[in-house]
Ligand binder design. Structure first.
Ligand code: 8X3
Length: 250
């Protein structure tokens, strides 16, 4: 029986991972703020056993309490998928709202490291485990309006690689998944509920689907034990790195 803990499981990439990994011999711990969405997802994940965990990833005390309060047969987490995170706002650095920046740091960085630090000692004691971090191409390719979002994802990418160094000599694997444009509620959240602006991000192109990223996660997880997929960078065919930009006066 394999126990998989997914943060941000209620929608998008997290929910797609849950559906892709739902197997008879798997228990999925589904964590997110929206309990009603988790209940719907749990029903869709049969025959996997599911455990619903309403959790705000920005609340470190709640993370510690949630991990400590897991049923005893679910304490041994085999796989942690750190998916919770996202972007808020696309204003330039001089115009962005400090509270949006803080919120992104709280979710993408503090939540992720708190979850990881909560789960990793148990993995180390058991001598097995796999941490999958959902980072972003924004961590490698800067673009205007993403100074803090991209900075957070650069942290996640570095954190993943540095943990590989920390865990060298153990059987614990760490994989960093770096998606480009994926059509989820990512843009709806980034634009604070502005549905038409969010839809315009994906209009006229063919973005990735959450299921494409779940496939990457499954690939990393299903690799033989002697294989560690360090990073998977994946973009839609219709997206590419833009490179440095230049301002001209004439
Ligand atoms: C989001 C990737 O390309 O939409 O993590 O900014 S992109």
């Amino acid at each position: 029986m394999r126990t998989i803990f997914i943060t941000g499981a209620s929608s998008g990439i997290g929910a797609a991972c849950a559906r892709a990994l739902a197997r008879e011999n798997t228990t999925l711990i589904l964590a997110a703020r929206r309990e009603d969405k988790l209940r719907d997802l749990a029903a869709a994940c049969a025959p996997a056993r599911t455990h619903i965990l309403p959790l705000d990833i920005t609340d470190s005390a709640a993370i510690h309490a949630a991990l400590a309060g897991l049923p005893s047969d679910l304490q041994a987490i085999d796989v942690l998928i750190n998916n919770a995170g996202g972007a808020i706002g696309l204003e330039g650095a001089a115009e962005a709202h400090l509270e949006d920046w803080q919120r992104m740091i709280d979710t993408n960085i503090t939540g992720l490291i708190t979850m990881t630090r909560g789960v990793l000692p148990g993995m180390k004691a058991r001598g097995r485990g796999h941490i999958i971090n959902i980072s972003s191409i924004a961590g490698s390719y800067p673009y205007a309006g993403a100074a803090v979002y991209g900075g957070c994802k650069a942290f996640v990418t570095y954190f993943s690689l540095a943990m590989r160094a920390d865990l060298l000599g153990t059987s614990i694997r760490v994989s960093n998944i770096e998606p480009g444009m994926v059509e989820t509620d990512f843009s709806l959240v980034r634009f604070k509920g502005d549905a038409s602006r969010a839809a315009s991000v994906y209009a006229g192109t063919a973005p990735l689907k959450a299921e494409d990223i779940a496939e990457c996660v499954r690939f990393a997880l299903d690799a033989p034990a002697h294989v560690n997929i360090n990073r998977i960078e994946v973009m839609p065919t219709m997206q590419a790195p833009g490179g440095p930009v230049v301002a001209r006066t004439s």
